[in-house]
Design a protein around this ligand. Structure first.
Ligand code: SAH
Ligand code: SF4
Ligand code: F3S
Length: 458
């Protein structure tokens, strides 16, 4: 007889943004003490958790087909007498359409919104007792972060390599007319400085050197400082950079209207802040920006970028664009292409507008036919790829600080990231993982850059 408590297998599938990635990691941390170990496949798992995204229709629909597959796996598992597979739907689809999930997918045992993850152990135990219970999460991130930050959990946080995500702000008050996030993540809320610093220190102690601070509107961060005053993101970054071991800071995602002067100055004065900024603008047309309720025009975006580049001339930008927003004409789309040409992006994400239930834009006149939006998306993406390639080509011959993250495909290789987030691989560097070194970029090879080690610094 085996006298060990048998480990239960947990499989988590994560959709959507980096905040979901962070949340999934925290859910693993919460469930580990209950005897769950992570399995990279759903087959045979005792608990399967889908951490979902509601941002576009396709993302939301994927969940239902995945549940169908899981139901079959569950039947097979039970037929083998291996016990039950509990199916949990978490994340933004859970928040936005929990009722519908319970209705459309009776196989789901538990639906839990993004603010209730700290209650998972209790909810799972209850779901085992009473099948089909649904929890409707409220918007109270304080309780969630209190639980997640509390001593042991912050300290027990599993890390994988020298980089980590750290959520500092959640929710959004901007109400862009196309977007579900204010409804799925609730109002803007910032974690207190101390709880963030504690988590960062625990991460640094485990070898983390680079933190990416996460928030739906991360640059609107205004958490409470130790002095009882509201902090800003810039102030928070100064405190984080003081932590022994933390050498690089990134933050995402920012709204142009919240780029305060002290944040722009931090790009000039605080070396830990990486010269790479994700600053979505969505469209280059004033008319569309107004209809999107972005609350700024194209000239204000150009002016802002000029100010940021004045502070940090080597800063590179990435962005998000939506094509086919209701009422977008050829001229409006041309304005977007023109904005992209004028700004020049190192990289960008672009999406075809997807009408989301309950958002103001979904009822606007002038919905753009699919074929038109498809063609615009292709044109825009071709331009972005061109800019991305030009940006990478321009790095050849430059010397960049690379943080080595993991071994490469071939023996002796190590793969790291440039300040601009490209993958860079270097030969004979396998023992340098977790360190930052100067690397001369020598070639552009498909998805990554090849570099040569210059000299050892750290
Ligand atoms: N404030 C967060 C928003 C996350 S959504 C951020 O700016 O990152 C990420 C991107 O998805 C948005 O910037 C937008 O470009 C895109 N998006 C949001 N809603 C959309 C919709 N209804 N259709 C298509 N793309 C959308
Ligand atoms: Fe959505 Fe706009 Fe808020 Fe970003 S700023 S999460 S796009 S409502
Ligand atoms: Fe998706 Fe929710 Fe993130 S809708 S993009 S997972 S905040």
């Amino acid at each position: 007889m085996n006298d060990h408590v048998p480990l239960k297998k947990l499989h988590i599938k994560t959709y959507g943004c980096q905040m979901n990635v962070y949340d999934s990691e925290r859910m693993v941390d919460i469930l580990r003490p209950l005897g769950y170990e992570v399995s990279d496949k759903p087959e045979g798992a005792d608990l399967v958790l889908l951490n979902t995204c509601h941002i576009r229709e396709k993302a939301a629909e994927k969940v239902y087909s995945e549940i169908g597959r899981l139901r079959e796996m569950r039947e097979e598992k039970e037929a083998r007498n291996e016990g039950r597979m509990t199916i949990v739907v978490a994340g933004c689809v859970a928040q936005a359409e929990g009722q519908e999930i319970m209705h459309r997918a009776p196989a789901v045992d538990l639906v839990v919104g993004p603010q209730a993850y700290h209650q998972l152990p209790e909810l799972i135990a209850r779901a085992h007792r009473t099948k089909g219970e649904r929890l409707s999460a409220d918007f109270a991130p304080e309780a969630k972060f209190d639980a997640l930050a509390s001593g042991s959990l912050a300290a027990d946080r599993a890390v994988s390599g020298p980089t980590a995500f750290l959520t500092v702000q959640e929710g959004c008050d901007k109400f862009c007319t196309f977007c579900v996030v204010p409804y799925t993540r609730g109002a803007e809320w910032s974690r207190p400085v101390k709880s963030i610093l504690d988590e960062a220190k625990a991460l640094a102690a485990k070898g983390v050197r680079e933190l990416t601070l996460l928030g739906q509107n991360v640059n609107a961060y205004n958490g409470l400082g130790a002095d009882g005053q509201e902090s800003t993101l810039a102030k928070l970054m100064y405190a984080l950079a003081d932590i022994e071991g933390i050498d690089r800071l990134r933050y995402t995602t920012s709204h142009p209207n919240d780029m305060g002067q002290d944040l722009i100055d931090a790009h000039r004065d605080l070396p830990a802040v990486m010269p790479y900024l994700h600053l979505p603008v969505q469209s280059g047309s004033d008319k569309i920006l107004r209809a999107m309720n972005r609350k700024h025009g194209r000239q204000a975006y150009f002016d802002l970028i000029e100010r940021i580049k004045a502070a940090r001339p080597d800063l590179a930008l990435s962005g998000d664009f939506i094509v086919g927003f209701p009422g977008e004409t050829d001229k409006d789309f041309e304005d977007t292409l023109d904005l992209i040409r004028r700004v020049g992006y190192a990289s960008a994400f672009s999406f075809k507008y997807s009408p989301r239930p309950g958002t103001p834009a979904s009822g606007m006149p002038g919905q753009v036919p699919d074929e038109v939006a498809d063609a615009r998306l292709q044109t825009l993406q071709a331009l972005i790829i061109e800019q991305q390639q030009a940006f990478k080509a321009n790095l050849i011959g430059q010397t960049l600080d690379i943080l080595f993250e993991k071994p490469g495909r071939l023996a002796g290789q190590a793969i790291g990231r440039s300040p601009y987030l490209q993958s860079v691989f270097v030969e004979d560097a396998a023992d340098l993982i977790g360190q930052i070194h100067k690397v001369k970029i020598v070639a552009n090879s498909n998805n990554s850059l090849r570099g040569e080690l210059l000299k050892v610094l750290a």
